[in-house]
Design a protein around this ligand. Structure first.
Ligand code: PMP
Length: 360
């Protein structure tokens, strides 16, 4: 690879498009004649305001976000949303959570501190499938139904959204944000930590339908209220300026590639290379049900922990980084987000094929 970079299969922070990194490099010392780096710039300056405004508009264009939704750039990562969501959206103190993996499990734990949570889980088979949500028993006064649309650790993706029977749908899209088209009106709230599919760590994008933003939460700490961020257009306090700048560049880059339809096509092709290999391999096996396997995070194992460790070491030595699986699943995990080139996946598969041939 150019610049002697490795193919980095990290679950996040993860690879960024090389063209974007080059642009950032070129603007590093003097951003467009401003005399300073974006890192050094007042967030109240006109130059920075243009950066935020463009970032929001480009994201709106990419996702075709309707006008009755606010786009918020908030700090605290995706994790802060585990708390902000129940604190802001539980009017009746009730929600239904679909626990399809480690990240929705964490969200359940936080929501339980705020209200009554009904949990529908796929824990019985180590989260290798997504529960059937076509006909859930949802009490009328439930405030929302919560899903994690792509489980980063367990490697499952929702192919069809749950039938919420008219209740608000809340989705954690952290590890599949902007990887495929998304009909925003199907949701009340979408959020995504940006360090996987978009930019540097330290920021979450929240897309929230306006009628869900409450103005009767004076007792909630000010930073925890969506209203605070919405009223100030994400500038209540000093935002993560650097992340907004870098994400804005990625939004423009995705537009230039043809938007989310184009990304979906590329991502399907890329994941196919991985899954075609796993489906025919005698040494490596995928760990989740085929219908729900993720296009972004591909966990796979051999039949022995020792062999798993040997493969991880061999891939690392060959320049394929961060393939060790999460401890709860074991084995390996290839995270192949938007910015992972198809050649990276092809090269990894060639390497694994060779490893299998030489070691079986
Ligand atoms: N949700 C999902 C699906 C994730 O993968 C992660 C991070 N890996 C989080 C939430 C937590 O994100 P953060 O570290 O930005 O708080």
């Amino acid at each position: 690879m150019k610049y002697d970079r490795s193919y980095n299969f990290s679950a996040g922070p993860a690879m960024m498009p090389e063209a974007v990194l080059e642009e950032i490099r070129d603007e590093m010392l003097n951003y467009r004649g401003s005399g300073m780096c974006v890192m050094e710039m007042s967030h109240r300056s006109a130059v920075f305001q243009t950066i935020v405004d463009e970032a929001e508009q480009d994201l709106r264009d990419l996702m075709q976000i309707p006008d009755n939704y606010k786009v918020l750039f908030i700090q605290g990562g995706a994790t802060l949303q585990f708390s902000m969501i129940p604190m802001n959206l539980m009017r009746n103190g009730k929600a239904v959570y679909i626990e399809s993996g480690a990240w929705s499990k964490k969200a359940v734990a936080e929501a339980k501190k705020v209200g009554e949570v009904t949990v529908i889980s796929s824990k019985d088979r180590n989260y290798s499938y997504i529960p059937d949500c076509s006909d859930l028993d949802i009490p009328e006064d439930t405030d929302y139904v919560y899903i994690c649309e792509n489980e980063t650790i367990h490697g499952t993706t929702w192919q069809k959204l749950p039938n919420t029977k008219g209740h608000v749908l809340v989705s954690d899209q952290s590890s599949m944000f902007l990887s495929r088209p998304c009909n925003v009106s199907d949701y009340g709230l979408i959020y995504a930590g940006v360090q996987k599919n978009v930019g540097p760590a330290g920021m979450v994008v929240v897309i929230i339908r306006e009628d869900l933003i409450r103005d009767d939460l004076e007792n909630l700490p000010v930073y925890m209220q969506y209203k605070t961020h919405a009223d100030a257009a994400s500038m209540y306090n000093t935002p993560n300026c650097w992340a907004i700048y870098c994400c804005g560049k990625v939004f423009k880059y995705l537009k230039s590639l043809g938007g989310l339809e184009a990304m979906d096509k590329i991502n399907r092709e890329k994941a196919q290379v991985m899954y075609d290999f796993l489906d025919q391999s005698k040494m490596f096996h995928g760990t989740v049900e085929k219908e729900v396997r993720s296009l972004m995070n591909v966990p796979f194992v051999t039949d022995s922990k020792e062999l798993d460790a040997q493969v991880v070491a061999a891939t690392k030595a060959a320049g394929y980084d961060n393939l060790k699986g999460h401890k709860s699943v074991g084995g390996l995990r290839a995270s192949i987000y938007n910015a992972m080139p198809k050649e990276g996946v092809e090269a990894l598969v060639e390497f694994l094929k060779k490893f299998e041939a030489e070691n079986s």
